[in-house]
Design a binder for this molecule. Structure first.
Ligand code: BYC
Length: 483
């Protein structure tokens, strides 16, 4: 009898899905494995592959104790396949099949749709590792270096999660798609990653923190909607992925928060009150608040594009089919079919931004994006509390949703962070006041010097309040001098 809670190590691939009794899938995954390790070594973190890193590894799906912390060399990380426990009697919580028992196999009529969603989800996971691969060289501390690698190995595990579904449920074309996930590459001209934000550069650590705050949060929202799926294996996979995802957003929120805190403290110490006294602030070796705001503007707008078009037949079809639901679907008080419901949708028409009521079914992406914006606003509020505590007169703001968009109704619009519609020339003239300029990038890059002494932090970022796994301040999260 196999144990569905704890990870079994009786095959090369740790899992709680009874892989040893499923020869076909085990063989397929074992064939895929060497390509994955090659990918990790070639496109995963640059350097540090032979160093001991203090990482958490998922060893169970028990909410009370699912992870174990220990030193491990990254290529030896036990990437496992873990599904949250099956819920007895679970029914499809939305769409035209509402109330019917969930599917344990892929329904034929939804095969293509499911495969597409799983492939898109899978594609983002290795992409983010590729985007972040060079950051180890400039980590502001061993604590941050370890957090980067933790995020990276877990994104690797999330790739495994999607690849398992492809191999198990999609036969030959699933196998082909699984291979494709290792062939596309972030930023590549010939074979780029599928979604825009995953082909952007992550040039410095502030970008990394913004990415894990804003883009990983899109991941959370998408995984939450897929966790509602009537295709039970997808739902169970996503439910467990969400357990790990929380730490990624913690890394982002505290990383930006610590950057803000250090800037404000340095300003107070130097007696600088004006947050726009940029040259004097930069001379202190910290990142001025207006530049942090520009980074925020960039990463927020890139992440909004990941929700697709506001009005989307794809999203309507996926909802109707019971494949992809809404955020916290089971807690929403309505018919879960959206037969006659409407939803207010932003629209750019005749040079103006309008809100129009649309059939709620076609506005699924817009609704999820609204939920996302609310979620992200909570973090911004906490950043502002850090600033306020130091007495600085500055507030971080989420820019208007129409700002700097490439997907959806606002793609052709030129809108400022405050929501003012401009012509293209005026927008281009203001661009560098709203988005990081080349010289902002050069300044931030100049601060990115590695700090490798345990317990020490680069001058532009404050130390964290508590250590990982309650370790003391000078804990050696990455052993750089022994392997
Ligand atoms: N870039 O009907 P629409 C994460 C395409 S992040 C390029 O609005 P739909 C993570 C679209 O494919 C979460 N193309 O699309 C975070 C479609 O093309 P086709 C990842 C785009 O399907 C950090 C056409 O435009 N997971 O996990 O309603 C680190 C019409 O669009 C984009 C998912 O996204 C874009 N941004 O919505 C690591 C969940 N947007 O098919 C990991 C799975 C749209 O007509 N994916 N297009 O040729 C989905 O749910 C949906 O596919 C999307 C798009 C929400 C992405």
């Amino acid at each position: 009898m196999f144990d569905a809670t704890n990870v079994s190590y009786d095959t090369q691939i740790p899992n709680n899905v009874g892989l040893s009794g499923d020869r076909r899938v085990l063989k397929a995954l074992e064939r895929w494995h060497p390509g994955y390790i090659d990918w990790w070594k070639n496109l995963g973190p640059e350097g540090f592959q032979e160093h001991m890193v203090y990482l958490r590894t998922a060893v169970s799906v028990d909410p009370k104790g699912w992870a174990r912390f220990d030193y491990v060399k990254m290529p030896e990380y036990r990437w496992g396949i873990l599904l949250a426990p099956q819920v007895e009697g679970r029914t499809i919580p939305f769409g035209q099949h509402y109330g019917e028992p969930v599917w344990q196999e892929v329904p034929g009529e939804y095969r293509a749709m499911l495969r597409r969603l799983i492939v898109i989800q899978g594609d983002t996971e290795p992409a983010s590792v590729e985007q972040q691969r060079h950051l180890g060289a400039t980590a502001p501390s061993l604590y941050d270096l370890r957090n980067l690698f933790q995020v990276n190995v877990e994104e690797g595990r999330h790739l495994w999660a999607m690849v398992y579904l492809l191999h198990k449920y999609f036969g030959a074309d699933g196998r082909e798609e699984a291979d494709g996930l290792l062939q596309r590459q972030s930023g590549s001209a010939e074979a780029p990653r599928m979604l825009g934000a995953f082909n952007e550069a992550t040039p410095d650590w502030l970008s990394f923190f913004m990415f894990t705050f804003f883009t990983d949060r899109d991941g959370k929202m998408q995984l939450e909607s897929l966790a509602q799926s009537g295709f039970d294996p997808l739902s169970r996979t996503c439910r467990f992925m969400l357990t790990e995802e929380a730490h990624h957003m913690f890394v982002g929120e505290t990383g930006v928060g610590r950057t803000i805190q250090r800037t404000c403290e340095a300003m107070v110490q130097a007696g600088i009150e004006d947050p726009y006294d940029i040259d004097r602030i930069r001379a202190l070796g910290v990142i001025d608040l207006p530049t942090i705001q520009k980074k925020l503007n960039l990463h927020f707008s890139l992440s909004l594009d990941l929700f697709g078009a506001e009005v989307s037949t794809n999203a309507a079809n996926a909802f109707n089919a019971g494949i992809k639901g809404r955020y916290q679907e089971t807690k929403i008080d309505d018919d879960h079919k959206l037969t006659n419901a409407t939803y207010p949708v932003a629209e750019f028409k005749d040079g103006r931004i309008e809100i129009v009521d649309m059939p709620a079914l076609s506005a699924i992406n817009m609704r999820l994006r609204d939920d996302y914006v609310r979620d992200a606003a909570g973090g911004v509020k906490r950043w502002n509390a850090i600033i306020a505590k130091t007495g600085m007169a500055f507030e971080m703001k989420l820019p208007h949703e129409a700002f700097n968009r490439k997907i959806g109704t606002f793609a052709p619009a030129n809108v400022t962070p405050a929501g003012e519609v401009l012509n293209a020339d005026a927008w281009n003239a203001g661009r560098d006041t709203w988005l990081p300029s080349a010289s902002d990038g050069e300044f931030i890059a100049s601060l990115m010097k590695p700090e490798t002494e345990p317990g020490k932090y680069a001058g532009w970022i404050a130390s964290p309040k508590i250590g990982i796994d309650n370790k003391p301040g000078d804990f050696e999260y990455v052993k750089l001098h022994e392997s």
